[in-house]
Design a protein around this ligand. Structure first.
Ligand code: NDP
Ligand code: 8X3
Length: 250
């Protein structure tokens, strides 16, 4: 039987591109996000090629996460791959001018949300002695940059969590991977700049950023390695980017 894969944040960007690619490959998918109309649209489209379950949930809300996952029909509960992708940057402020609500939103989503979903899922992977957790980190977790301190800190914490989990799950046949993209053109900057589309557009001007499909292909490659191979940690850069701050713009 084909693997069952849960993707958080499948309504846009990297999560959506990953859902579309994995659907083509006939995996059974559980797709989550807050925007219900987008989930329904995705279900209508992708259920023509594979089995799709959508769950509207806000990963910041522990009870919402637990209830939605507990209520999955029996066969859908045996999740083989968890892709912890949902995340965001909010704001682009110096730390001493930072907005505390923005920080809380990033910490609650990028870190606590990942903890809630993973805490629910890992015990059943341990019981079945198989599974794969793929965390979507960022270059920002390796190379922090000014005005991104809290976002970078969440991604750095996620990288640390990934390493610790890999150690704890050694011996259970469970793989743990980190995928760290650099600049990828999605709704990320629109969210960061609070719907200022002009400002968001500028982030991707003058060079070719990654497309969400580029990251999806790497995630798919990681999933498709044979049982004895794990990709621990992978950094994906646009050719026109050499560090978190350094771009070659034409
Ligand atoms: P998008 O904004 O396009 O997508 C983010 C996804 O996360 C959406 O589906 C959104 O769904 C979901 N999401 C956000 N908050 C929540 C929440 N509270 N509960 C449930 N789902 C949520 O951005 P990307 O595709 O770029 O981002 C995906 C991941 O990639 C993030 O973790 C981001 O940090 C990371 N990343 C992005 C890079 C980039 O340059 N774009 C580079 C490196 C890493 P909805 O709003 O419907 O809930
Ligand atoms: C998202 C990309 O530009 O903040 O992780 O490093 S960036």
């Amino acid at each position: 039987m084909s693997k069952t894969i849960l993707i958080t944040g499948a309504t846009s960007g990297i999560g959506k591109a990953t859902a579309e690619l994995l659907a083509e490959k006939k995996y059974r998918l559980i797709l989550t996000g807050r925007r219900e109309e987008r989930l329904i649209e995705l279900r209508n489209k992708l259920s023509q090629v594979t089995e799709i379950m959508v769950l509207r949930l806000d990963i910041r809300k522990k009870n919402e996460v637990t209830t939605a996952l507990e209520n999955l029909p029996g066969a859908w509960k045996d999740i083989d791959v968890l892709i912890n992708n949902a995340g965001l940057a909010r704001g682009y402020d110096l730390f001493h001018e930072g907005i505390i609500e923005d920080w809380e939103e990033m910490i609650d989503t990028n870190l606590k949300g990942v903890l809630y979903v993973s805490r629910w899922l890992i015990p059943s992977m341990i019981e079945r002695k198989k599974g794969h957790i793929i965390n979507v980190g960022s270059i920002a977790g390796r190379e922090p940059y000014p005005r991104g301190s809290v976002y970078c800190a969440t991604k750095s914490a996620l990288a640390t969590l990934t390493k610790a989990l890999r150690m704890e799950l050694l011996g259970y046949g469970i793989k743990v991977s980190l995928v760290a993209p650099a600049a990828t053109e999605t709704e990320f900057s629109l969210v960061r700049f609070k719907n200022d589309s002009e400002r968001a557009k500028k982030v991707y001007e003058g060079y070719q950023p990654l497309r969400p499909e580029d990251v999806a292909e790497v995630i798919s490659f990681i999933i498709e390695r044979p049982p004895h191979v794990n990709i621990d940690d992978i950094l994906i850069m646009p050719t026109a980017q050499a560090s978190s701050m350094m771009f070659h713009r034409y």
